[in-house]
Design a binder for this molecule. Structure first.
Ligand code: CP
Ligand code: NVA
Length: 313
């Protein structure tokens, strides 16, 4: 069985298969054709953090595929009162067909997956947000960015880490600019660089947003204060001075560059109101694509639920 815990657990061909499924299912959905790929299946969705997009897209997605979604906030289930993750996994995975989890440490997600009888999907952890990046890849393709130069400006967080793996495996140029002290996790960088070598691309990491954005095809950023970091807000806002994606910074990118944001967006911090509104079509297509990309991932995992092959990546 295969789980979807990080992008580095998959080859380029496998990620491409998921994207191809997403493209096909999106076209079918847009034509009003709801193919029940996951008929009668139940997806449990465990949330230890807030969500708008992840919840709505997974719940709607499983429904459109012929199944049912179960929203399980950790405030309401015994997990929130201290029932161990491994027991929660052994109970829930005997009753449902697939599980999505949004939690804090990646190790908690991995523990759940170890004890689960069904495929587990990462719906965001402190370390990664892989379903978002599959969505962003699909969105770039739709906007004609086939072999893009992507600039990520901001925090070296879960989004940045997943961008590193996506670029390394799919083979496009990624330039990451973070403030000093907010760099990506060195272990993730080392892993991503190894993958990039195998797949033939370079990853560029630095501290200068202008250098990163120059002639880029895609510019992206994320909140400076991720969920769980609320108390650091004041310090972070000071430390991220000069990292807002505003008109002056966007002007350095290619004329037809797109701007992506996983949302929620904080105007006046990581992005200016003007840049956000000018690129609203791309941003909200990206948000909608959560629905389609995740359907591709769920159907792929269902098709591989009896695989025991561990891939070498
Ligand atoms: N981008 C994203 O994951 O949004 P939510 O936190 O609303 O799910
Ligand atoms: N880095 C953000 C992403 C939100 C979708 C967070 O973890 O809160």
């Amino acid at each position: 069985m295969r789980h979807f815990l990080t992008l580095k657990d998959f080859t380029r061909d496998e990620l491409q298969e998921m994207i191809d499924l997403a493209i096909r299912i999106k076209a079918q959905t847009k034509a009003g054709e709801y193919v029940p790929y996951l008929k009668n299946q139940t997806l449990a969705m465990i949330f230890e953090k807030s969500s708008t997009r992840t919840r709505v897209s997974f719940e709607t997605g499983i429904y459109q595929l012929g199944g049912t979604g179960l929203f399980l906030s950790s405030r309401d289930i015994q997990l929130g009162r201290g029932e161990p993750m491994k027991d929660t996994a052994r109970v829930i995975s005997r009753m449902v067909d697939m599980v999505m989890i949004r939690t804090f440490e990646q190790s908690k997600l991995e523990e759940f997956a170890r004890y689960s009888r069904v495929p587990v999907i990462n719906g965001l952890t402190d370390s990664y947000h892989p379903v978002q990046l599959m969505t962003d890849y699909l969105t770039m393709l739709e906007f004609g960015k086939e072999n893009p130069v992507v600039a990520y400006v901001g925090d070296g967080n879960n989004m940045a880490h997943s961008w590193l793996y996506l670029a390394a495996i799919m083979g496009f140029e990624l330039r990451v600019a973070t403030p000093e002290g907010y760099e990506c996790d060195p272990e993730v960088v080392a892993e991503a660089k190894k993958l990039a070598e195998r797949y033939g691309r370079t990853l560029i990491l630095g501290h200068d947003p202008k250098e990163a954005v120059k002639e880029a095809d895609v510019v992206t950023t994320d909140t400076w204060v991720s969920m769980g970091q609320e108390e650091e807000k004041e310090q972070r806002v000071k430390d991220f001075a000069g990292f807002m994606v505003d008109k002056d910074l966007m002007a350095l990118a290619k004329d037809d560059a797109i701007f992506l944001h996983c949302l929620p967006a904080y105007r006046g911090y990581e992005v200016s109101e003007a840049v956000f509104e000018e690129h609203a079509e791309e941003i909200f297509t990206e948000a909608e694509n959560r629905l389609h990309a995740q359907k591709g991932i769920m159907v792929w995992l269902d098709q591989h639920r009896f695989d025991d092959a561990e891939i070498e990546n």
